[in-house]
Design a protein around this ligand. Structure first.
Ligand SMILES: [Zn+2]
Length: 241
């Protein structure tokens, strides 16, 4: 905008030089219609076939209460609801159309999560759905994973460890968990219906592989990817410590 303002100032000065002998007042500065701004609003979709063309709505951030969090939170959790935010985000679905989803994350990560999902959107990386986990009975993570639901906050521990998961701090996100399962040291997997996706040579849209741009969107910002762990393997999991 600075360059354009400078140009308008220069235009006004040129008009002042040309017009001093005029007795009539100079034209008002807003008389000439400015060129259509390419910044104020996104351009209408063009004929370019490259998806996704529809315009995203943009993120929205909301506070949350204990009631909002339902079974995903309880007294004794390491964070209170006041430290969490519900973030509405645009994402691309498996039909290559824009969709709207929600994540609950730590308040300190809101801007970063918005930037990450904007990048995933630009990449066209598909996400089936993003619903907050209290919509599943007992905020059951297995049910959310079976449903291939991408989610973040859930006050739960690391399976089998007794330690809080980073999800309990709103600092971890599981992405397309059915396609990107968790595999423990014994070879058991979560969700239980993900067996076909143990084959990581598959290239189905949404599967995450080492070196994928969708993985780098997280890891370039300092997030840790569970797909890089030796054991357990947690292909769906990104955490920000
Ligand atoms: Zn996880």
């Amino acid at each position: 905008m600075t360059a354009r303002r400078a140009w308008l100032v220069a235009l006004a000065m040129a008009a002042a030089v040309v017009l001093p002998h005029c007795s009539s007042p100079p034209p008002t500065p807003d008389a000439p219609p400015p060129p259509a701004s390419s910044e104020a609003s996104p351009p209408p979709s063009t004929s370019a076939p490259s998806p996704p063309s529809p315009t995203p709505v943009g993120p929205a951030v909301h506070p949350v209460t204990a009631a909002d969090l339902g079974a995903s939170w309880r007294p004794g959790c390491p964070l209170g609801p006041e430290r969490l935010r519900r973030v509405e985000l645009d994402h691309i679905g498996f039909d290559n159309q824009p969709r709207r989803g929600e994540l609950i994350v730590h308040e300190d990560l809101v801007d970063e999560v918005i930037a990450i999902f904007a990048d995933l959107y630009r990449l066209g990386y598909p996400i089936e759905k993003m619903r907050t986990v209290e919509v599943y009975p007992n905020a059951d993570d297995e049910l959310s994973m079976r449903d291939n639901n991408t989610s973040a906050f859930n006050c739960r521990d690391i399976p089998g460890s007794g330690q809080w998961s980073w999800h309990a701090f709103g600092r971890a996100i599981d992405v397309n968990p059915l396609l990107n399962p968790y595999i423990d040291a014994a070879g058991d997997l979560q969700p239980a219906n993900a067996e076909v996706f143990l084959d990581r040579n598959r290239i189905d849209p949404g599967l995450l592989h080492d070196g994928d741009p969708a993985v780098a969107v997280f890891t370039d910002r300092g997030w840790v990817w569970g797909g890089n762990w030796r054991t357990p393997k947690d292909y769906q999991h990104f955490e920000r410590r």
